[in-house]
Design a protein around this ligand. Sequence first.
Ligand code: NAD
Ligand code: ZN
Length: 341
Amino acid sequence: MKALVKAKPEPGIWMEDIGIPEVGHNDVLIKVRRTAICGTDIHIFKWDDWAQSTIPVPMAVGHEFSGEIVDVGIEVRGLKVGDRVSAEGHITCGYCRNCRAGRRHLCMHAVGVGVNRPGAFAEYLAVPAFNVFKLPDAITDEMASILDPLGNATHTALSFDLVGEDVLITGAGPIGIMAVGIARYAGARHVVITDVNDYRLELARKMGATRALNVSSQTIDDTMQELGMEEGFDVGMEMSGNPQAFRDMLRTMHHGGKIAMLGIPPGDTAIDWNDVIFKGLIIKGIYGREMFETWYKMSSMLQSGLNMEPIITHHFDVDDFQPAFELMESGQSGKVILRWH
Ligand code: NAD
Ligand code: ZN
C-alpha cells in the first residue's frame, strides 16, 4: 500500500510502498479516506530536535484521519465492516490506575499513532477497536479527519465554565481558531485571540472572535479598554507555546481566573509567579482528549450548530503531499486535508 513514510533521518517525507498492517484480535483495519496535517507532522517533516529524539525511522507517520472499517479482529464487538470511523490516536495501557478509573487521557503509558507506532498517512491503518469513534452521518469525511485537533480544542475550551465569561486565547494556530468557535458556541461574552500571523487572525475572526489581535502591533491592554473590560479575563486558553504570550496572559487575567494550557512552552520558560499566587489563578495542563467524553461532546456540538468549516482551507490529493506540507509549514493556511481514497 501507499504510505507517507519518515524514511530517512533528515528533513522531508517520502511516499513509499509498504505492507498492509496486520489486524490483531482486538484491532480493526481502516481504509483511510482523508487525513489532515498536524503541527506535529511538520516537526517530523522538518526533523527538529524533538522529532529526532522521538520518531523511529523508517515509519509511516500521521494521526489525523477518517476512513471506513474493512476488517475486524475476532474479539471485536460493536463495530463492523463498512462503519465510517475516526479514532483516538493515543493508545492507552488499560491496566494502570488512571485507565482502570476511566481517566484514560491520564494514562502514563500512552503510545501515539504516527509518533511511536505506524501512522495514518497510509492507505490502511490498524488500531485497537477500543480507540475507534463511529461517525454520525452529519459529520463529513473531511470534518472527521480533524476531530483529533478539534478534540484538543474541545478538551481545553470545556475545561472551565465559559457562559458569560471573557476569554483570552493566545495563539491562533488551527487549535486556537477552533477554540474560538467552541467558546462562542458555549456562550462566552468576549473572545479575544492573539497571534503574530494575520492570515490566521483573519480565520479567527471568521470563527467569531470578538477581537483578533496581532501582538506585534497591538496590545491586549488596549483591547480590554476598548471592550470596556476593567477587571481582566475570566478564562485563558494558552495555545501558542510562546513564553511571552503566556506571560501576557498571566498579567491580564482577573483574580481567581482559570487557565487551560495546551501549548507546549520551552522547559525553562520563566513567569512572574506573583501573578499566579496573588491572583489565586488556577492553571490546568491539557494533554490530548478525554476518552471518550471529548469525542462525544465535539460530535454533538458539530451536530447542533458548531460550525468548523472556516478552519479547513485547503485540499490536496495525497500524491501532492510535498506542496501540502510546505503550505502547512508556511503558516498561510488553516487545516490542510489530504485525499487518499
Ligand atoms: P501552531 O504552532 O499552528 O499554533 C501556534 C500559534 O501561535 C501560531 O499561529 C503562532 O504564530 C502563534 N504565536 C507565536 N508567537 C505568538 C505570540 N507571541 N502570541 C500569540 N501567538 C503566537 O499549533 P497548533 O497546532 O494550533 O497547536 C497549538 C499549541 O498546542 C502548540 O504549542 C502545540 O505544540 C500544542 N499542542 C499540544 C497538544 C497537547 O496535547 N497538549 C496537542 C496538540 C498541540
Ligand atoms: Zn494506562
